[in-house]
Design a protein around this ligand. Structure first.
Ligand SMILES: NC(=O)c1ccc[n+]([C@@H]2O[C@H](COP(=O)([O-])OP(=O)(O)OC[C@H]3O[C@@H](n4cnc5c(N)ncnc54)[C@H](OP(=O)(O)O)[C@@H]3O)[C@@H](O)[C@H]2O)c1
Length: 280
């Protein structure tokens, strides 16, 4: 049995779909069962919360492989999940982390590094997935694209190689269902380095309408996040990341998706075609 946490999220949702396509036995760990009503009786359900260890212990009974995607800044959720996995006799944990967690240079990397350490020191077999920026982050532009034909973002000319969450899921599914991935940390990105402007032009081409990219100064973006009530710690971390990306320090690209899955990673244009309805 495979337990998928974060099953209503970008990556976990795709993992569930791909595991079901392979006819694997799947249990999902969710806070709100109504969000997975569409899955019918294809999956087992465990309702719970990372903050409540007893719900994790119940969910992990009879589970061999765990896909772990925790939330929040601290390490308590990971500590709860790993302790529960140890008690339940889980054999292997596949954990979603972030690209820079192996050599953390900023706050978000450091949060993930601390979480990875809990797993790596637990005595369980592990595989860590370290993706770069998700293509699905572009969904945050849908509102202004629909109303103004514009994208406001502090991207500058920095390049990143965004990755399709379907490809992160595909690597996770290989690690969850096939041997040989234990003790490995996979750095993974999409196939092409793109500026935000180039991403916006790709969206414009797929949408068939012109879009304008407005490069928002980082200080203005920082102020807007604070005004929207985002936690100051998160704003600080995102602002730090923004400056790093604008300076080109996020311009890395790997072929891990193809190496692990045996097929090429999706391009940004392919992702746009799949999600075009969200921008129309
Ligand atoms: N976005 C990027 O560019 C990027 C890049 C690298 C790494 N990452 C990392 O990827 C992770 C996010 O993955 P994602 O986009 O797939 O997630 P997501 O779409 O944000 O979904 C989060 C999932 O976690 C569940 N969840 C939240 N709090 C929970 C709790 N207390 N107990 C149980 N479940 C809980 C949510 O369930 P509900 O439906 O109940 O809310 C949801 O299923 C983060 O760790 C992030 O740092 C992101």
């Amino acid at each position: 049995m495979i337990l998928v946490t974060g099953a209503t999220g970008n990556v976990g949702g795709k993992i569930v779909q791909q595991l079901l396509a392979l006819k694997q036995p799947v249990r999902v760990f969710v806070r709100d069962e109504s969000k997975i009503a569409h899955l019918g009786n294809q999956v087992e359900r465990a309702v719970g919360d990372f903050e409540k260890i007893e719900t994790l212990e119940a969910a992990l009974q009879g589970v061999d492989h765990l896909f772990l995607n925790t939330s929040g800044f601290g390490t308590q959720q990971d500590q709860n999940a790993i302790t529960a996995a140890q008690r339940a006799g889980v054999k292997h944990v596949v954990k979603l982390s972030t690209f820079g967690a192996g050599e953390p240079t900023h706050a978000i990397d450091q949060w993930h590094y601390a979480k990875e350490q809990i797993l790596q020191n637990a005595g369980l077999a592990w595989t860590i997935l370290r993706p770069g920026q998700f293509m699905s982050n572009a969904l945050q532009w849908a509102g202004s694209i629909k109303t103004q034909g514009a994208v406001y973002f502090p991207g500058g000319e920095g390049k990143v190689a965004p990755i399709d969450p379907r490809d992160i899921a595909a690597v996770a599914v290989v690690a969850l269902t096939q041997p040989g991935h234990e003790g490995k940390a996979y750095q993974m990105t999409g196939p092409e380095l793109l500026t935000v402007g180039e991403q916006v032009q790709t969206l414009a081409r797929v949408l068939g309408k012109p879009l304008q990219y407005i490069d928002v100064p980082p200080a203005v973006a920082d102020e807007q996040m604070r005004k929207r009530g985002m936690p100051p710690m998160l704003v600080d971390a995102l602002s730090e990341l923004t400056v790093m990306l604008r300076e080109g320090r996020g311009a890395y690209q790997t072929n891990t998706v193809a190496e692990v899955t045996g097929r090429p990673a999706h391009t940004f244009e392919e992702w746009c075609r799949e999600y075009i309805a969200a921008f129309q």
